[in-house]
Design a protein around this ligand. Structure first.
Ligand SMILES: NC(=O)c1ccc[n+]([C@@H]2O[C@H](COP(=O)([O-])OP(=O)(O)OC[C@H]3O[C@@H](n4cnc5c(N)ncnc54)[C@H](O)[C@@H]3O)[C@@H](O)[C@H]2O)c1
Length: 336
C-alpha cells in the first residue's frame, strides 16, 4: 500500500499535533476527522479541509479510509481501537493504551485477528534527551545500566477545568496512566524486562483525588537493576530529572534543559551539553512515531511501538497502584 488514507478520531490538542506531523510523512493522506463535539468538529474541518463525522461508527459506514489515529480521552482508546480494527483499519492509539490489562489484550487481539497494525503513542522515548540516553545504553557507552531515578512532578491543583475529562477518574485513570506511563516506557527501554514493583501513592489533598498525589514506584528488572520513579502533583518547586547509573558511568539530564554523561574512566569521553545541542538534527518525536506506523503499514512490517509495549507499561502502572494499596511488593506479570 503506497498511499495510506488516515482519519483522526478525537480532534483535540494531541490529535491535531499528531496530524500536523503525519501530514509531512510521505504516503500519508488525511481524509477525515471524528469528534462528538460540534465546535471541535467544525474547527477541524475548517483547518484541514476534510469531511468530519460525529462518531467512528458514522465514519466507518461512509468513509473511504485505511487507518485511524485514536486521540480521544483515555477510556475511549480501547473501544475505538477495537471498532476500527474490526472494520479492518490500522490503528495508531495514543498513550495510555487503556486503563485495564483486559482492554489492552482485547486491542492486541482485535488488531491481530484483523491483520492490521497497532502502534502506541509512547513518544517520550523519541524525544531528543531520552533518545540520547537510550543510544548511550544501546551502544554500550553507559555499561550495564543498574540504577535509575526518574522524576516528573510539580505543584498540586484542585482540578484541570470545569467538566474536563482529566478530572474524571473513570476516564483518565490516574496520573500514572495520563503522565507517568511515558517514564515507565522509558525505564523499560533502558532496563529491559521488569519482574517486580513496590509503590506508594500519597494524597496531599483528599478533595483532589487525581491532581494532588505523590506517587513513588520502585521497579525491579530481570537484570538485577532497579529504577525509582517519583511522579505527581505535590511539590511547590517541581522537578523533572532523569539519572541513570551504569557500570561505565552516569547520565543526568533535565528534560529540555541540559544533558550530562560522565564516564568513570578518565580516558573515556564524556558529554556535557545543552538540550538544544542534543536535539540538533533529531527528527520530531511525533513525526517519527507516526512515520514509523505508516511505514509498517506500507511495508507490512511489525510496528516499532506495538500493543505489547503499551500493555507492559499499563501493567507496571497497575502494579504500582496495587503495591501501594496492599503495602506489598507485587511480582510481575500480574494475574490475568
Ligand atoms: N503523547 C503525548 O505526549 C500526549 C500529550 C497529550 C495528550 N495525549 C493523549 O491524547 C489523548 C487526547 O488528549 P488531548 O490532550 O488531545 O485531549 P483534548 O481534550 O484536547 O482532545 C480530546 C478530543 O477527543 C474528543 N472526543 C471525546 N470523545 C470522543 C469520541 N468518542 N470520539 C471522537 N472524539 C472524541 C473530544 O471532544 C476532544 O476534542 C489522551 O489520551 C491523552 O492522554 C498524549
Amino acid at each position: 500500500m503506497s498511499q495510506v488514507k488516515v482519519a483522526l478520531v478525537g480532534c483535540g490538542g494531541m490529535g491535531k499535533s499528531l496530524i500536523s506531523q503525519l501530514k509531512t510523512v510521505d504516503g500519508a493522506e488525511l481524509v477525515a476527522g471524528v469528534d462528538p463535539f460540534e465546535t471541535a468538529r467544525e474547527a477541524f474541518a475548517e483547518e484541514y479541509g476534510v469531511p468530519v463525522f460525529e462518531s467512528l461508527t458514522a465514519l466507518l459506514a461512509e468513509g473511504n479510509l485505511d487507518a485511524v489515529v485514536v486521540a480521544v480521552p483515555n477510556s475511549g482508546h480501547a473501544p475505538n481501537t477495537i471498532e476500527a480494527a474490526q472494520a479492518g483499519k490500522h490503528v495508531f492509539c495514543e498513550k495510555p493504551m487503556a486503563l485495564t490489562l483486559a482492554d489492552c489484550q482485547a486491542m492486541i487481539d482485535a488488531c491481530a485477528d484483523a491483520g492490521v497494525k497497532l502502534q502506541i503513542g509512547q513518544v517520550l522515548r523519541y524525544l531528543p534527551d531520552f533518545r540520547q540516553a537510550i543510544e548511550l545504553v544501546e551502544d554500550g557507552t553507559l555499561g550495564v545500566p543498574l540504577h535509575g531515578s526518574i522524576c516528573r512532578y510539580g505543584p498540586p491543583k484542585d482540578k484541570w477545568a470545569d467538566g474536563h475529562w482529566r478530572d474524571d477518574p473513570s476516564v483518565v485513570g490516574h496520573n500514572l496512566f495520563e503522565v507517568s506511563v511515558h517514564e515507565i516506557d522509558f525505564a523499560r527501554c533502558i532496563f529491559g524486562k521488569p519482574v517486580a514493583v513496590s509503590g506508594w501513592d500519597i494524597s496531599f489533598d483528599p478533595k483532589s483525588p487525581l491532581w494532588a498525589n505523590a506517587t513513588t514506584g520502585v521497579i525491579e528488572f530481570e537484570s538485577g537493576a532497579i529504577c525509582l520513579l517519583t511522579e505527581g502533583n505535590f511539590n511547590a518547586i517541581g522537578r523533572s530529572e532523569v539519572e541513570l547509573s551504569g557500570t561505565a558511568g552516569s547520565i543526568r539530564f533535565h528534560w529540555g534543559n541540559d544533558f550530562v554523561f560522565k564516564p568513570f574512566s578518565e580516558e573515556a569521553e564524556g558529554l556535557d551539553a545543552k538540550s538544544g545541542e542534543i536535539a540538533e538534527g533529531v527528527e520530531n518525536g511525533v513525526r517519527r512515531e507516526t512515520r514509523e506506523w505508516i511505514e509498517a503499514i506500507q511495508n507490512d512490517t511489525p510496528t516499532t511501538i506495538p500493543g505489547e509495549d503499551g500493555m507492559a507499561n499499563i501493567e507496571i502502572a497497575l502494579a504500582i497502584l496495587e503495591a501501594s494499596k496492599t503495602k506489598t511488593r507485587v511480582e510481575l506479570p500480574l494475574k490475568r
